[in-house]
Design a protein. Structure first.
Length: 241
């Protein structure tokens, strides 16, 4: 295996896909029960935490972030141990592997790399962002990478940095990272600064309603302005499935 998480080993002819299609080319062998999958928009810990219980599940921005993209699943059950010394390697022990398990510590000290073992192909101008799972406490962080997957023939590894000394276990089939697709038209954007937030339509009405609210106000969740009028375009969590 290459000493770099991104290595050139595959040649795939570029072709135009339909607008929302992304092709996933599997490296062999590959156990298809571990294919990337759409994520669960709800988090179990929300209902176990006294502050988020019966609240976070109504927060549309959290739900939408949770449902964006596809989860990359762990190809093995393995344990990671690290001393906390940034000059020392993490130690990896495989407990249950799959046919495409490739996990090592070559990318950085105090880190581990899981080879995704597939190659995503997108339309021209559609990047693939590899990132961490949102809204979840974990003992490691995913190094984020943005790949030009409309032409790049290389496979990639998910590089994870341990957050503290100690040991933890990642289970086979557990989501380890998120794969999200981003159009190039939003890569380079310009910020236009406005000095008065009250210029935003319905801003004053929103503040007044929020100041006098009792219980849950689900206007944003339902795609409604403070006066009850529905926005012309609104995306619901179910639209991400």
């Amino acid at each position: 295996m290459s000493k770099c998480p991104f290595s050139n080993e595959s040649e795939i002819q570029q072709k135009e896909l339909s607008q929302k299609d992304v092709e996933i080319y599997l490296m062999h062998p590959y156990e298809k029960n571990l294919l990337p999958k759409k994520p669960d928009i709800y988090k179990a810990w929300w209902e176990e935490d006294g502050k988020t219980i019966n609240h976070a599940k109504f927060c549309l921005p959290l739900l939408m972030a949770n449902g964006l993209g596809h989860d990359i699943l762990s190809p093995a059950t393995f344990e990671v141990s690290w001393s906390g010394n940034e000059k020392e390697n993490a130690k990896i022990s495989i407990h249950e592997s799959s046919s495409h398990s490739m996990i090592d510590n070559h990318s950085a000290f105090g880190a581990f790399t899981v080879q995704a073992h597939f190659i995503p192909k997108t339309n021209k101008g559609c990047f693939t962002l590899i990132k961490g799972i949102p809204n979840l406490r974990r003992p490691f962080s995913v190094m984020e990478g943005l790949i030009e997957t409309w032409w790049n023939p290389a496979h990639f590894g998910v590089v994870c940095l341990c957050n503290a000394s100690g040991s933890f276990i990642i289970k086979k089939g557990e989501p380890i990272a998120r794969m999200v697709f981003i159009s190039d038209e939003y890569i380079n954007t310009n910020l236009i600064i406005k000095d008065n937030d009250k210029e935003i339509a319905f801003r004053k009405e929103f503040l007044n309603k929020r100041a006098n609210q009792n219980g849950h106000v689900l206007d944003y969740f339902k795609g409604k302005y403070p006066n009850g009028e529905k926005t012309e375009y609104h995306i619901k969590p179910s639209d991400l499935k």
